[in-house]
Write a protein that binds this ligand. Structure first.
Ligand code: BES
Ligand code: ZN
Length: 666
């Protein structure tokens, strides 16, 4: 039997199901977009548009090149970062929970890269710009500014006329209540149910919905911030958090290392702190604090193991912020403070690979950053590879093999669903919203590619390469081509017998998995295949299966490998023997609910509804809603979605309403 696999992490969003409308278009309305083949065009900039030259035009790319995206060009930013580069941002924002707006000022330190007196163009999205001043040092005077046409994916360019020699720009502004990168939560949506909560999620292109800046991963800034909150709440950021900060409604932060804008992050809520190790701790609502600190107590060991093998941790502290369950992701690697869904607190550390993953981004992603979203695999592929390695360091070989095998199965399932062009690691994202194109490909194909390199040159040599790579490009944003060039100068030179350039090109620029690629497997899984088979054939009863000692991974493998159709009797037998409908492990519950939906297993309906209403993680929601729609349960999906909607993050509303209300094809 070939296991029936589904794409757990991303549903099947690309290919047949690419969404054409960005989250920012929630209020603006959205339409199928015609892919602009170039960087955001000058027509979108009002007035003297001639002053604005997109970088690719400046380089006078020949027409033939238009067929392929240009390396290093960020097609998802309006900013003229070849003319000016923002070096530092100083912002002061007040969180107004009644009106759901952040308001205040951002002061940008800019450096002119050429002597021509061009306007400065920044990224914004639904920001209300009240005033702009600019000048030298502290001598800032009001200047002319204008907003261009809103693009459904990219937001709105802000063009600022600068006085000669200006090195500072101060922008007074306010966010929109529907800002795509901010979620304002009612007390009801939190663990404590008494206080509101706010969190931002800037990756990929949502920082511009709460700060006007050059919202491109190739630009790195240091920042300072003052965040003003209601007096009973604590603010934390991707910066130097102080657990002893006075609770007086004013919190000061500093991020002294230069980071890309998508790593700027704010969380506000009834938060307390508990240390886990010398450099690690958790911020969470008091109701969750103990459980979180226990679940993630190995974070310090993960940090130490990663440092020992891949070079120093360069961000001082590593803390976790546990968010309410509406957080649309599993985790987000905001530097010094990863944002984490509470749905991975399973009680048995079975889902802590998520922590290893976000921690690993402190090297791959935060230290070396993808220069554009086309290069995302440099962030996520390296991180997925490192995650597996960290899991092996801390939990041993069996766990390592299981994590690898599940990742491989995810990749296979994803490849079955996608068009060739979307199976390419260095994906062409021109005219597309990066939010909607993410898949397992940059994660698992990227990781498998690195695993093959490791296998070919030997682990010790590969580790040495990684260590040097992290040093070589530390605090830089790099392109796929920068990486390949570096490979040319290092591994390809050192191991000409083992590696060849053509194969590297194939991995990065061609669809599918190259023939002869490694296929990670786990004995702990393969031994389950005959058991599943025997049960399916009626040779053994569910209650005869000895599941004592099964890990979460084994349960997932066992369930995900079930055939498309099971009989009512089979479903009942499984549920009675293992109480799957009531599983406390959200991953197991999810796998079971996928089976229940496609087989119309009514006893799971109440759990399904509760799951969809209480969890906002799109990794679960998208496949479940899609499954409902595909199995004739659209009305039920609509009813549950409408009930849950007030609590969902803007991104969750956007991507799932497409699935439920149609228009889910490009
Ligand atoms: N950086 C990503 C989340 C992300 C990617 C947000 C792209 C927006 C755009 C984060 O590190 C991540 O990969 N999260 C995964 C973790 C999983 C692979 C262990 C998630 O949330 O599921
Ligand atoms: Zn990641």
């Amino acid at each position: 039997m070939s296991p029936q696999l589904f794409n757990a992490r991303f549903g099947r969003l690309i290919g047949a199901g690419l969404l054409a409308c960005s989250l920012a278009a929630v209020t603006a309305g959205c339409s199928k977009s015609e892919a602009p083949a170039e960087k955001p065009s000058a027509e979108q900039i009002p007035e003297s548009a001639t002053e604005y030259k997109p970088e690719n035009l400046e380089k006078e790319a020949p027409m033939a090149d238009k067929a392929a995206p240009e390396s290093g060009v960020d097609y998802h930013s309006f900013a003229n970062s070849n003319d000016y580069v923002v070096k530092h941002v100083d912002f002061d924002l007040t969180a107004d929970f009644d009106n759901k707006v952040l308001s205040g000022q951002a002061i940008l330190d800019i450096k002119a890269l050429n002597s021509k007196n061009k306007p400065l163009i920044l990224d914004t999205r639904e920001l209300d710009i009240k005033a702009v001043r600019a000048g030298i040092g502290s001598d800032l005077k009001p200047v002319k500014f204008s907003l261009g046409k809103q693009d459904p994916h990219l937001g709105t360019p802000l063009k600022i006329t600068l006085p000669k020699g200006a090195n500072k720009v101060a922008i007074e502004y306010q966010t929109s209540p529907g800002a795509s990168g901010v979620q304002w939560l009612e007390p009801q949506q939190t663990a404590g149910k008494k206080h509101p909560f706010l969190f931002t999620q800037a990756q990929a292109i949502h920082a511009r919905s709460f700060i006007p800046l050059q919202d491109s991963p190739k630009v790195r800034v240091t920042y300072k911030a003052t965040i003003r909150t209601p007096k009973d709440l604590r603010a934390v950021m991707s910066a130097n958090n102080d657990p002893d900060a006075e609770m007086d409604g004013v919190f000061e932060f500093e991020m002294p290392q230069a980071i890309p804008s998508y790593l700027i992050a704010i969380g506000i809520g009834n938060l307390e702190f508990k240390p886990m190790g010398e450099r690690t701790g958790v911020y969470a609502e008091p109701e969750l604090l103990e459980a979180a600190a226990k679940e993630f107590e190995d974070t310090e060991s993960m940090l130490e193991a990663t440092e020992q093998n891949f070079g120093p941790y360069r961000w001082d502290r590593y803390d976790l912020l546990i968010l309410p369950p509406s957080f649309p992701f599993g985790g987000m690697e905001n530097p010094r403070l990863s944002f984490i869904t509470p749905t991975v607190i399973a009680g048995d550390k079975s889902l802590v690979a998520l922590i290893a993953h976000e921690l690993a981004h402190s090297w791959s992603g935060n230290l070396i950053t993808n220069a554009s979203w086309r290069d995302l695999w440099l962030n996520e592929g390296f991180t997925t590879y490192l995650t597996n390695r960290i899991m092996q360091f801390v939990y041993g070989d069996d766990r390592y093999k299981m994590e690898m095998a599940l990742g491989y199965d995810d990749l296979k399932a994803d490849l079955d669903d996608r068009e060739d062009k979307d199976e390419i690691m260095a994906i062409d994202l021109r005219g597309r919203d990066p939010d909607e194109v993410f898949s397992n490909i940059p994660y698992e194909k990227g990781s498998l590619f690195l695993y093959e390199l490791e296998q070919k040159v030997g682990r010790e040599n590969f580790d040495k390469f990684l260590l040097e790579y992290f040093n070589h490009f530390a605090f830089q944003s790099i392109t796929t081509e920068d990486f390949v060039k570096y490979l040319d100068q290092t591994l390809l030179k050192q191991y000409p017998e083992q590696l060849d350039r053509a194969r590297i090109q194939q991995w990065i620029f061609e669809p599918g998995i190259p023939e002869g690629a490694p296929h990670p497997q786990s004995d702990a899984f393969t031994k389950l295949d005959p058991i599943r088979e025997q049960w399916l054939n009626g040779e053994i009863k569910a209650s005869d299966i000895d599941t004592k000692g099964w890990t979460f991974h084994q349960w997932k493998y066992f369930l995900d490998g079930m055939p498309e159709k099971l009989s009512e009797d089979q479903l009942k037998a499984l549920d009675e023997a293992f109480d799957l409908t009531q599983s406390k492990n959200n991953e197991i519950a999810f796998s079971w609910l996928m089976i229940a939906v496609r087989n119309d297993y009514q006893p799971a309906n109440a759990r399904l509804e509760d799951f969809l209403v209480s969890i906002g993680r799109n990794k679960f929601l998208r496949p479940l809603y899609r499954n409902m729609v595909e199995h004739g349960k659209t009305d039920e999906a609509k009813r549950i979605f409408e009930k849950a909607k007030p609590g969902y993050h803007p991104l969750t509303v956007k991507v799932n309403s497409k699935i439920i209300y149609g228009d889910d094809s490009e």
